[in-house]
Design a protein around this ligand. Structure first.
Ligand code: FAD
Length: 371
């Protein structure tokens, strides 16, 4: 059995950012990924939005790491030539009764340290986006979009340049806590292949199941998981918008919003569809959902024509709170919280995990350094 300083399980955006951080600290992490390539799960099934940090409970990890991560990510993109655009977004109140909600959102954003918002009246918003219907809107200039695939590749490149190694087609199927580290079994081989002094569980949707499978780890330290699928529809034709357009947030998600990719193509979504416990992950988009999307979009874009929505793709949110429960925070559980030296479990890394990835990595580095 080989002994390694450190393993990172999962080569999504968070695992790669963490591996880079640990490589910079001289730990030579081995990144273990069950798929043939990096970023094949949630990290390639999202809106590719760099969030400004408006929505989250003040003081929460989501709020703090989103703001810090956003700033780090813009700098990263600028320094490394990663395609991105600080295009801004409008959050819209489409009838007078929603005006108060917009103001609540603005206050929350200010509490989070987002200090560049502007509350616009209808005419001001329509001067920016003539096709938009609203009674008022909140303009967030520091929201942007990013080529997430290029970002993932740049993280991997930098991690490898500092000593990280990527092993693909390698599923961690069992782990065992022992006196001098954590034994790791790969691809159902009952014999452990590795002894790691430190391990970071960045397995995304599977992180709670993986933590529960660690022999000797207290299962009480593993939260129950819930999953909410989000489907997207793409627009047939050029969108008449140059900024992202969001309705007010809805339970479980941010509402059926319009995002743009860097080629200017528009997509709508994600909606929220809670999965039953044990329901298999199915990323197919049901074309029948187009009717509800159409209805929701007409609220802020009356110009959408029948037949313009084409089924796109879907992602699944790893949630720690179920339907109807208040949104849960990220969990970055290190030795200080569960008592196992050298182990960090990352739970509930849903949105804004892409935006926050570099800040999450900093935090994980600090958790392991302090252990
Ligand atoms: C619909 C949707 C829209 C979103 N939009 C945005 C957005 O616009 N902006 C934003 O900031 N965030 C957004 N997010 C959140 C963001 O995409 C996630 O927070 C982020 O991608 C999580 O990255 P991750 O590395 O934790 O997980 P993942 O990308 O899922 O990576 C986990 C990796 O672990 C691997 N793995 C799992 N189990 C094992 C095992 N046993 N052994 C080896 N490997 C294993 C998986 O194969 C996978 O590659 C969105 C999320 C969703 C679902």
């Amino acid at each position: 059995m080989d002994t390694v300083d450190c393993v990172v399980i999962g080569a999504g955006v968070v695992g790669l950012a963490v591996a880079r951080q640990l490589a910079l600290a001289g730990l030579e992490p081995l990144i273990i990924e069950r798929h043939r390539a990096i970023g094949m799960e949630t990290s390639s099934r999202n809106s590719e939005v760099i969030h400004a940090g408006l929505y989250y409970a003040p003081g929460s990890l989501k709020a703090r790491l989103c703001l810090r991560g956003r700033d780090l990510l813009y700098t990263w993109c600028q320094q490394r030539g990663i395609a991105h655009r600080r295009c801004g977004k409008l959050i819209v109140a489409t009838h007078e009764a929603q005006r108060g909600e917009l103001e609540v959102l603005e206050r929350r954003a200010i509490d989070n340290g987002v200090n560049d918002l502007r509350l616009l009246e209808r005419a001001e918003a329509q001067a920016l986006e003539p096709a938009l219907h609203c009674v008022a809107a909140l303009l967030s200039p520091s929201t942007g979009i990013i080529d997430s695939h290029a970002y993932l590749l740049s993280l991997l490149g930098d991690a490898e340049a500092h000593g990280a190694i990527l092993a693909t087609s390698s599923a961690v199927t069992a782990m065992r806590l022992v006196r001098n580290g954590i034994q790791i079994c790969i691809n159902d081989d009952p014999e452990p292949l590795l002894l790691a002094r430190r391990a970071v569980n960045a397995a995304g949707l599977h992180a709670p199941a993986l933590a529960r499978a660690i022999e000797g780890f207290p299962t009480l330290q593993v939260p129950a998981e819930h999953f909410a699928k989000g489907s997207y529809f793409t627009l047939d034709g050029r969108p008449p918008f140059s900024r992202l357009v969001y309705p007010l947030p809805q339970p479980g998600g941010l509402g059926v919003h319009l995002t743009l990719d860097l080629a200017g193509q528009a997509r709508f979504g994600p909606d929220v569809e809670w999965l039953e416990p044990g329901q298999p992950f199915d990323y197919a988009v049901d074309p029948a959902r187009a009717a509800a999307f159409h209805q929701a979009i007409l609220d802020y874009w009356p110009g959408l024509r029948p037949g313009q929505l084409l089924p796109g793709y879907a992602g699944i949110r790893p949630k720690l709170a179920g339907p109807g429960a208040p949104a849960a925070d990220f969990r970055l559980d290190g030795p200080q919280s569960h008592g196992v030296p050298g182990l960090v479990n990352l739970f509930g890394i849903e949105s804004p995990g892409l935006t926050a990835s570099l800040a999450i990595a900093e935090r994980v580095g600090a958790l392991l350094a302090a252990a």
